[in-house]
Design a protein around this ligand. Structure first.
Ligand SMILES: [Zn+2]
Ligand SMILES: [Zn+2]
Length: 163
């Protein structure tokens, strides 16, 4: 079953259990400490909003969300914090169709993405046959795989219905 997610037009976030978001915050704090960095109120606000929203979000969208709870946070701080989260392996940066960077919480089980070319909606999916086939290709090529990115593009069910 595909797990439906947000688009740029509509926001139907699948929120994780609060405990999960708190776990990630704890991990973030541990990593900051390792790097000799302090956790700041702004950094924490940004990370907490990001972990709670839990979807493929652009820096601008995250900025708008964080503004709702802390109007003092600047865009540069959002950007820097996302970069820091990425360095801590807590965030994946995605570039769908050469669009703006989108960020999603790392450490989830592997999945691939369908992106609607009309409304920007992102649908996550996983398909065992596709995963297995990649191993077959790797064997044939005599290579080992470290990771892959599978992105499918087209019209989502809603946009198909409207077309
Ligand atoms: Zn669509
Ligand atoms: Zn995803």
């Amino acid at each position: 079953m595909p797990r439906l997610e947000e688009g740029t037009a509509r926001a139907t976030a699948r929120n994780p259990a609060p405990a999960q978001a708190e776990e990630r915050m704890a991990e973030f704090h541990a990593q900051l400490k390792e790097r000799g960095l302090k956790s700041t109120g702004q950094r924490d606000d940004i990370a907490r909003v990001f972990f709670a929203l839990h979807r493929h979000i652009s820096a601008e969208e995250l900025y708008a969300e964080v503004k709702k709870i802390n109007p003092h946070v600047g865009y540069a701080t959002i950007y820097r914090t996302l970069r820091l989260l990425k360095e801590c392996d807590l965030v994946y940066e995605r570039h769908f169709d050469e669009g703006q960077a989108r960020y999603e919480v790392a450490g989830e089980h592997h999945h691939d993405h369908f992106i609607c070319e009309r409304c920007g909606r992102i649908i996550e999916f996983e398909n065992e046959a596709i995963e297995r086939l990649q191993q077959t290709v790797a064997r044939e090529l005599g290579v080992t795989l470290s990771h892959h990115k599978m992105e499918l593009y087209g019209l989502c069910p809603d946009c198909r219905a409207r077309a």
